[in-house]
Design a protein around this ligand. Sequence first.
Ligand code: ASP
Length: 438
Amino acid sequence: MNQTKVVKFGGSSLADAKQFKKVAAIVKAEASRRFVVASAPGKRFSEDIKITDMLYACYDKAAKGHNFDKEFKAIEDRFNSIISELGLDLSLESEFENIKDAFAHRAGRDFAASRGEYLNSMVLANYLGYEFIDPAGYIFFDESGVFDLERTISVLSPKLAETDCAVIPGFYGAMPNDTIKTFSRGGSDVTGSIVARAVNASIYENWTDVSGFLICDPRIIDSPKPITTITYRELRELAYMGAGVLHEDAIFPVRTVGIPINIRNTNHPEDAGTMIVSETAESSKYTITGIAGKKGFSVIQIEKDMMNSEKGFGRNVLRALEKNDVCFEHMPSGIDTMSVIVSTDSLVGKEKSVLDEITFRVHPDKMEIENNLALIAVVGRGMRKARGTAGKLFSALAEARVNVKMIDQGSSELNIIIGVEEEDFETATKAIYDTFVK
Ligand code: ASP
C-alpha cells in the first residue's frame, strides 16, 4: 500500500509566520506527508486582505498603465515579514523584480494572481527543506482552457515519482502556449487533488481553518454536530454546504480512483475532521448525513391538459431554458403540471423571453413564475435502509407549521429535496435537524 500523503494548506493556514510554524509541525509529524500544496497567504484577521486579492488589485492598476509601486510594495512586505520572522536565509528580491516587470508588460491577470501561491510555496519549500516544483511545467489546460487531466498525469506522475519531498504551488497551471492560467477561486484544492491522483496517494489531507463539515449550517443551528464520514456522492448532493470549505471540482480527480479526502484544521490538528470517501461500509451515525439549503430560487409552473401524453413536452420546455442559457435545478411533475426550478439570479432579465419561448414551444394552458423559494437538501446514505424517513421529515415540518411547496426524492434514495417559502427556511432546517440529529 502506497503510504504517501498529499497535504494541502489553505490561505489562512499560511497567512503569517505563526501559521507557517503550525504547518511545519504538521508536515514533519509524519514522514508520509511528502507532497505539500500551498495557497497564497490569506487573511490574518477578518478585515485583512488576501494576497490573491492584493495581486488582482495591483495588477489592475498596472494594466491601466497607472503607478502600482505602493500596492506591489505591500505584497513584498507580507512575504518579507514571513521570511524574516521565520529567520530564513532566503531573498525573493529577484523574483519580485521579475514579477513587477511582468506586471508592467501586462503578463495577464491569471499570471498576477498565481504569484501568491508561487512565492508562498518558495518560502514554504525553503522552510521545510523540500524541493520547489512549479506547476507551470506539470499542470496543463487545453486550448479551450479546460483542465487536461491526462496530459497532466502523464508528466506530473513521473516527475513526482523521482522526487522525495516537494512543495507545489496551488491554483494554477499552463496553457498550451505556456501562459499561466488559474483555476477558479479557491482552486488550490483542485491542485491538491491532482497531485494526490498523480502520486496515487493513500490520502489527500486538506488543511483549513475548520474541523471538517458540520451536519448543518452553524448560523442556523447552534454548534451542530460534525460529520465524521461522508461519501463523495453525498457531498455532491450537499454542494451548497461544501461551498467555502472545499472547491467543488476538487473531488473529481480523486473520486474515480477512490483516494479519500480528509478535511483537517491547522489550528486544531488533534481533531479528526471529516473523511470524504468513495463508498463506505461504515454506516452513518444518524439516518441523515447532512442538511444544506439555499434561498433564491424561482419556480416556473406550467399547466396543460393531457401533458403526460404529449411526446417531447419536457424536452421542449427544457429547450426553451437552454436557448436562454438558464440551467434548471429540479423538475418535479404531475399528470398535467410540471414545475421547473431555477435559481432566481439566472432568470433575471430573461423572464419574458423564457416564458415566450415556452409558450411558443408547448402552448401551455397556464404558466407563471413564483419567486422566493428556498431549497433544502436532506442527504444521507442511511436513508436507503431506514424506513419512514420521509414520514418523519414531513411530520416534523408540519409540526413546525412549515408549508412544503415542492418535494423531490432522488432515485438514489440518498436525498430528499424540499422547497419552502424563503421565510420558512430557518424554521424548516431547525425542525429537520432536531428530528434526525438531536
Ligand atoms: N489563492 C487563491 C484564492 O484566494 C486560490 C486558493 O487559495 O485556493 O482563491
